[in-house]
Design a binder for this molecule. Structure first.
Ligand SMILES: C[S@@+](CC[C@H](N)C(=O)[O-])C[C@H]1O[C@@H](n2cnc3c(N)ncnc32)[C@H](O)[C@@H]1O
Length: 289
């Protein structure tokens, strides 16, 4: 731990923020690399004449901040960490930074399967950092989960995140294209969830550089119309779900109606479009017959 005066720290902070960037990213850096929690950050200026303790020196923190500003690299990748629901997850640029709006998927599951003691068998397709599957495995300790991804590097990160949180082994990871690694679970799933790549090609090309230059293309691009992967997932879902099993999909802001039609075409019932906190139809859910 390095000790510096609060006065020196506040001058340094003002100087760094004057270069650009937002308070939230700066607070994230101080928390994850500097070792000053958000609540301690709030208290710093009260103790103006005191000292504070940092895990890394100011030069090191400043080099990360400069990199963030000059390259537009997301601060989460530079720190190797992100927060999602109540999880602190390790991440690299091999996985998408899990988004706050995706947190609602877990609440949708809580609304459907109300008893946490339920012996749920769920699959997550395209797990990335493992965020959704880990949250579900922890919330339903008697569940069994299987999570897939096409990217082996992503699965290694997800596995590491899971073992950081759980001593159990109720979540297993498989590499492969959507349903293909799950052949032996046909007809057995109570629930399948996916936040697949759904950005249409044109939109992908115009994404902000902090997304396009850093987040994996395989996690974002959903083909010409954005629905390529959603179509494949829906078409094969009936083979893997139990009768009355649920499928929960995240989609782009304007895709819900089309996803709904795909579910109808594939004989799903109880179809519902669920809005995110901004009122956008972000999730489309249904049951197989
Ligand atoms: C939008 S990201 C979602 C990641 C994570 N579930 C989340 O919500 O933060 C989509 C994920 O699907 C994976 N993926 C892309 N194409 C795939 C495919 N054909 N089969 C399986 N996974 C795929 C990507 O590697 C990526 O991790």
């Amino acid at each position: 731990m390095l000790s510096i005066s609060v006065e020196e720290f506040l001058i340094w902070k003002k100087n760094l923020l004057s270069k650009g960037g937002d308070q939230q990213s700066f607070a994230f850096l101080l928390d994850c690399i500097g070792g000053i929690s958000p609540s301690d950050q709030n208290l710093i200026s009260i103790n103006f004449k005191g000292n504070l303790h940092l895990k890394k020196n100011l030069v090191f923190l400043e080099s990360i901040w400069d990199h963030h500003l000059h390259k537009s690299c997301p601060i989460q990748y530079l720190c190797g960490i992100t927060f999602w629901r109540d999880l602190k997850l390790n991440i690299t640029n091999k996985v998408l930074i899990p988004r706050p709006e995706t947190e609602l998927i877990v609440d949708i599951v809580f609304n459907i399967f109300r008893k946490k003691s339920e012996k749920l068998f769920f699959a997550e397709l395209g797990t990335g950092s493992g965020a959704i599957s880990i949250a579900l495995s922890l919330a339903y300790p008697f569940s069994d989960g299987v999570a897939t991804d096409i990217d082996q590097d992503a699965l290694e990160i997800a596995t590491k995140n899971y073992t950081n949180f759980s001593k159990q082994s109720n979540l297993k990871f498989y590499c492969g294209n959507w349903w293909s690694p799950l052949e032996s679970f046909k007809g057995k799933l109570d629930l399948a969830i996916s936040n697949p790549p759904y950005i249409p090609k044109d939109t992908y090309e115009k994404l902000p550089k902090e997304v396009k230059n850093f987040e994996p293309k395989v996690a974002l691009l959903g083909g010409e119309d954005g629905l390529k992967h959603i179509r494949e997932i829906i078409q094969k879902a009936p083979l893997f779900l139990k009768e009355k099993g649920w499928l929960i999909l995240e989609n782009h802001f304007d895709q819900s109606e089309k996803v709904k039609q795909l579910l109808i075409k594939n004989k799903f019932t109880s179809i519902e479009i669920v809005k995110d906190l901004s009122g956008i139809g972000r999730f489309t859910i249904g049951r197989y017959k």
